[in-house]
Design a protein around this ligand. Sequence first.
Ligand SMILES: O=P(O)(O)OC[C@H]1O[C@@H](O)[C@H](O)[C@@H](O)[C@@H]1O
Length: 320
Amino acid sequence: MVDRANRPSALSAPKASAPGAQVDIVGQGGSQKVVATLSSGESVEVLLFGATVTSWKSNGGQTENLWLSEKADLTGSKAVRGGIPVVFPVFGPPPKSGHATSSLPQHGFARASRWDFLGKSDTEDASETNSVKLDFGLDKSGLSEDARKAWPLDFGLVYSVTLSKGTLQTVMTVRNEGEESFEFQFLLHSYWKIQDISKVTVTGLSGTEYVDKVLDATTHQQKDNSLKFTGEVDRVYKAIPQDTTSILEDGKPRFDVIRDNVKDTVTWNPWIEKAKAMGDFSPDDGYKTMVCIEIGAVDGWQKLEKGEVWEGGQLVKSLL
Ligand SMILES: O=P(O)(O)OC[C@H]1O[C@@H](O)[C@H](O)[C@@H](O)[C@@H]1O
């Protein structure tokens, strides 16, 4: 699925421009975003702040696939509530002490840093003209002073967002550009837009162990092949053997989320009380129309030695 050999190196120049896609940079300051639209109408919007995908429309531009809070801060002051925030280099609250990420905020700095737009390019399949790849880059020089102090390592991230007719691919490349090795976690905190959470089932997790953060933070086993949402869910599924997790509505496939070189997936819905408690979550009953299926590498740590590169991400099919 992902051509590792042809990935751009961290912060390298983009390839030639893509035919058939309109790409614009719109807005000012912290609200600046890249908007790409295919000639067939599908579109994607990526806020430079956090390289957060805030909209993905398929079906000729008719179907919005991402949930975005009505109170999401889109000004570059705060991580976005909705879309696809990028979690790096730590997932959740960092280890209390003794780890290089310990002084970072929850979910790390990537979602709250301004990224560079590196450019648009053709996809790897030259015959597939109706698609466009957008590359975004972040390195040490793009961090706030606080984040740089908390994680003073030399790294280069390239995040590639590829829009095709019925799919969106989002892939991260992490490069160790320093002298010392470092450890990281990575997750794509994707908020999928659905019609009615009471009709949603998630499949493709059976037989997998998960940590239930709502129940008791201990490990359980997913016995059947369908996860339903009848209350708050916050689970970390680890080392999932199969590549695809599917979201069904009313028994009909809605999204296929395909992991690429990552093994873990978080399932999250805040439900009534937690949704109300979040100042930037709106409307209050918005939990009914979203489900987070978040692929990543969060069980333990990925280690990169000097000069090494890691890559992982997702391919998502919108099946409406
Ligand atoms: O409010 P935040 O930092 O965006 O996090 C939202 C949720 O993100 C999920 O990935 C975590 O598993 C939850 O525990 C957390 O509540």
